[in-house]
Design a protein. Structure first.
Length: 602
């Protein structure tokens, strides 16, 4: 069965009756190595062909679907058609010409990529590697009617599928032969998975992933020569992530995903999609981590999200609400001020000082770090007209304690039947993920896993790489000198400083390590968003972020005596799953965690 994006029978998908029948026909008659996109914007101009069909061996095809009846067509040339509508006769493009223009735009996009064109030793040098074609589907006109009406003069017979050629009795081989008979060009070769990803990268910019970021920021140079900025290896959402992102509908939805499964990427995609709908009320994007909130805000702004998308960390949002509605702080003076602000906003919602239904949608990342009362508050902030809530959750990264007797319904979240689990970790190498999970698994209480907050075992994304390095040193000076050398080696290998992070347990460690690294003439920052510098962050501040290379120095500071060992283990698991390529773990004194990490294969 073909892969359809978005899912053909989604309640949120708007299709004509003919489009749905033809889509069902494709779904029934194409094998699982076919990719089909319906009405998905392509390229920088965001054009919307009805169907784009891709097969790794046969090529790419654009199809325009028309529900016209023969009596609807008043006249047609090779370029235009006169169609009778409820508001009178209209002149529209000949659907074959429309499909041709879409297909030429696609070939123009793909031919700018040197890795998708024929090489110099081919007689088709500079042409697309894959065959391509285009055609028309007339869902309410039979082949006999088509020929009798003389439509073959303006739409060649081999470029059209008619009503009686897409019924349930049509054989798969017959339909496929018709589709690939629409091709003008048949030269090319079988596309590898990597080249299919390159095709998807060009056609659908919204699913691009830039190394270390949530979105790709590549752009053509002033001469529009994209080959100068294209990476050799592109990263895009995998098909399951793309399918999930494109099919998120209305209502309350929860995604349980392991570290590195793309939860934040999907949330950002959803925020951009909702922003494009021009909703009457703002969209609120919340997370627990201030660094992630700043990064998300920066990236969404760069991608055109306007003032209607509000990105905040939860406690910062509570401060904004307290200031906006001049709320009195609730609680005792010995409580942290951020806790008192939360209490004030909750009380303000209950007594009517804080208006409810302020947002068209609320999107929550790092939901495992939110308290039940926070969810109850945020559900009240959603406009019932849209009722749009998206929550990302990973119980393995819940580092602020366990919830007992908790249910989503108890806090007003109604996501029954709208919960998705993402098991595959795409961020880390097999070796790094295996190391991280072997470490943390002894501290994960399987008995707490349930349908509401499942504890998900991550599955490998299939990418091999270096094992984490675990190194012991005689003293702090030796350790930090080696850290400086390791960081310099990463930069000399071509890794941009902003793609490198040093993760510490405490703020005081971060400040002290920065001072040492600055003495080694290394560019550093204590911020997660400052460009062209190595990020020195606490592990808490790194949640939701990823980097090419990560160092975790002074592991002997963990576990901290003031926290439970299980909570500290989950925190270290967060640090161990931040790197896409290289991880260095070091220490100069012994602790429970240094002994356990040293004992693991590395």
């Amino acid at each position: 069965m073909a892969i359809f994006l978005p899912v053909l029978h989604s309640k949120n998908l708007k299709l004509t009756a003919g489009e749905r029948r033809f889509g069902t026909c494709l779904l029934r008659n194409l094998e699982d190595d076919y990719h089909c996109w319906f009405n998905v914007p392509i390229g920088p101009k965001q054009r919307r062909p009805d169907f784009v069909v891709l097969h790794p061996g046969r090529g790419i095809l654009v199809l325009e679907v028309k529900d016209w009846k023969l009596s609807t067509i008043r006249g047609m040339t090779r370029h235009a058609a006169e169609i009778e509508t409820s508001s009178g006769i209209k002149t529209v493009a000949n659907p074959l010409e429309q499909a041709r223009e879409y297909m030429l735009e696609i070939t123009h996009l793909l031919e700018r990529d040197p890795l998708l064109i024929q090489q110099s030793d081919s007689r088709h040098q500079g042409k697309l590697l894959l065959p391509w074609g285009y055609g028309v589907v007339l869902t309410n006109i039979t082949r006999k009617q088509f020929l009798t009406a003389g439509l073959e003069a303006v739409i060649p017979a081999d470029k059209v599928i008619c009503q009686d050629e897409m019924t349930e009795t049509v054989e798969a081989e017959a339909l496929q032969n018709q589709l690939w008979g629409m091709f003008n060009y048949h030269f090319g070769s079988v596309l590898t998975l990597a080249r299919i990803d390159r095709v998807r990268w060009h056609l659908f910019p919204e699913i691009r992933i830039q190394q270390g970021n949530l979105f790709d920021d590549s752009a053509p140079d002033p001469d529009n020569n994209i080959s100068k900025v294209l990476p050799d290896i592109v990263k895009v959402m995998d098909l399951e992530q793309e399918k999930l992102a494109r099919n998120l509908g209305d209502g309350h939805r929860i995604i349980h995903g392991v570290a590195g499964s793309g939860k934040t990427l999907i949330l950002a995609y959803r925020a951009m999609h909702l922003n494009q709908l021009k909703l009457a009320k703002p969209i609120l994007v919340l997370c627990f981590n201030t660094s992630l909130a700043a990064k998300l805000q920066q990236l969404l702004r760069e991608r055109g999200a306007g003032d209607n998308v509000h990105v905040r960390h939860f406690h910062g949002w509570c401060k904004d609400i307290c200031d906006l509605y001049q709320l009195d702080l609730v609680g005792t003076p010995d409580q942290p001020i951020y806790e008192r602000r939360v209490n004030s906003v909750i009380a303000g919602g209950e007594n009517g000082r804080v208006p409810q239904a302020q947002y068209a949608a609320v999107l929550i990342d790092e939901g495992h770090d939110f308290e039940p009362d926070w969810f109850k508050l945020l559900v009240q902030m959603i406009d019932p007209e849209t009722n749009s809530l998206l929550l990302m959750y990973d119980d393995a990264q819940n580092i602020y304690g366990k919830r007992k007797n908790f249910s989503w319904a108890s806090v007003g979240i109604n996501a029954s039947g709208r919960t998705t689990i993402l098991k595959v970790n795409y961020r880390n190498t097999i070796e790094a993920l295996d190391f991280a999970y072997q470490f943390v698994s002894r501290y994960l209480d399987e008995t707490t896993s349930n349908a509401e907050t499942p504890l998900i075992h991550p599955e490998f994304g299939g990418r091999n790489g270096q094992k984490p390095e675990v190194k012991q040193f005689a003293n702090s000076d030796d350790e930090l000198n080696h850290l400086a050398h390791w960081l310099r080696t990463r930069i000399n290998a071509g890794i941009a400083p902003q793609q490198i992070a040093v993760l510490c347990r405490f703020n005081k460690q971060a400040a002290r390590i920065q001072k040492t690294l600055n003495q080694h003439q290394l560019p550093t920052t204590l911020s997660a968003s400052e460009p062209n510098k190595i990020h020195i962050l606490t592990i808490h501040a790194s949640k939701g972020l990823e980097f090419n290379s990560v160092a975790i120095p002074e592991l002997n500071a963990m576990p901290h005596a003031a926290a439970s060992v299980a909570e500290e283990a989950r925190l270290l698991y967060v640090a161990l799953t931040r790197a896409t390529e290289n991880t260095l773990i070091s220490y100069h004194n012994h602790s429970l965690f240094t002994q356990q990490c040293q004992a693991l294969p590395h």
